[in-house]
Design a binder for this molecule. Structure first.
Ligand code: CAA
Length: 295
């Protein structure tokens, strides 16, 4: 593996480009919106500054990491010649399927096509291409430079050699790959989202308040964030869409999203990205204040 392309320069895409480049891989970061690419390069620079301050990266390594990332605003030229393409666009099945149809035309025939999807079926994505054996899930966790896990998802037709290559690459990124099969929510979100949903149901039923629910899980189970804060961090719209995938995929009512979650998403209260969810966020401040709606 020599050349990487990352499609999508949002939070996950910029984090994925950051770790590949930090570990020596030249990366094309592809996004159709030049402003998004500019913002992503700024974010990668800030996250590298944080690592320089902590002493885990030198100032020179920071510069080299930035130099190895090339922002490209065109898919065809961005993926040409890449050995591994990691798609990290927004979690929308139609958008992802269209991108994989395009990759099928423009990527090298032996390139590995990976998706960072958190819940869309890899088998379904692979079926949009003419070589489903080279399509695989490579699910990074947010924040990508910090979290050790890469959930590697085998689609129905993924070849063993592709799985082997991708797990090896994850290790080269200093991550720990865990290989799972393609069923709704894979493993990470099949277990995480019902916990988050149960926390929201408990809040809705008045069993406890926002801070108490989060504190129980932080102090009682050593989670770095409580489930409500984590839901805000992930984005309530993403949590809802993953719960819908579980609910529809298994046809089991135990996965039905909390009506409170549905209401909050419909109202545009999406967590950190919209400024308010279970907590209220002010730009530049690390203070965690419970939203007035839950006081
Ligand atoms: N880039 C680089 N480094 C970062 C970073 C970033 N974006 N964000 C945090 N860090 C580093 C900090 O520099 C710090 O480094 P040191 O340990 O060397 O000091 C470390 O991470 C901890 O950061 P902070 O001290 O600023 O803050 P914290 O201790 O509160 O930790 C956190 C922040 C790492 C986000 C922690 O709260 C945490 O682990 N939260 C849970 C995250 C989680 O569960 N992620 C998975 C979400 S699910 C998902 O992503 C998949 C899905 O499909 C929905």
């Amino acid at each position: 593996m020599k050349k990487i392309a990352v499609i999508g320069a949002g939070t996950m895409g910029n984090g994925i480009a950051h770790v590949f480049s930090q570990h020596g891989f030249p990366v094309n970061l592809v996004d159709l919106h030049p402003a998004q690419l500019e913002k992503a390069m700024g974010t990668i620079g800030k996250n590298l500054d944080r690592q320089v301050q902590k002493g885990s990266v030198t100032a020179e390594e920071k510069q080299q990491t930035l130099q190895r990332i090339k922002p490209v605003a065109d898919l065809q030229s961005g993926v040409a010649g890449s050995d591994l393409i990691v798609e990290a666009v927004s979690e929308n099945a139609e958008i992802k399927l269209n991108i994989f149809r395009e990759l099928d035309q423009h990527a090298r025939p032996d390139a590995i096509l990976a998706s960072n999807t958190s819940s869309i079926s890899i088998t379904r994505i692979a079926a949009a291409t003419s070589h489903p054996s080279r399509v695989i899930g490579m699910h990074f966790m947010n924040p990508v430079p910090v979290m050790k896990l890469v959930e590697v998802i085998n689609g129905y037709a993924t070849s063993t050699s592709v799985t082997h290559t991708v797990t090896e690459i994850a290790r080269q990124l200093d991550k720990v790959p865990c290989v799972v099969n393609d069923y709704p929510g894979f493993i990470a979100n099949r277990i995480l989202m019902p916990m988050i949903n149960e926390a929201i149901i408990s809040l809705h039923e008045g069993v406890a308040g926002v801070e108490a629910i989060d504190m129980v899980m932080k102090l009682g189970m050593a989670h770095p964030m409580g489930p409500l804060q984590l839901a805000d961090f992930i984005g309530l719209d993403i949590c809802l869409s993953i719960l819908k995938v579980l609910h529809e995929g298994f046809g089991n009512p135990k996965y039905a999203p909390s009506p409170l979650l549905v209401n909050m998403v419909n109202a545009g209260f999406l967590g950190v990205k919209s400024g308010e969810g279970f907590y209220k966020y002010s730009p530049g401040s690390r203070e965690l204040r419970v939203s007035e709606r839950f006081l």
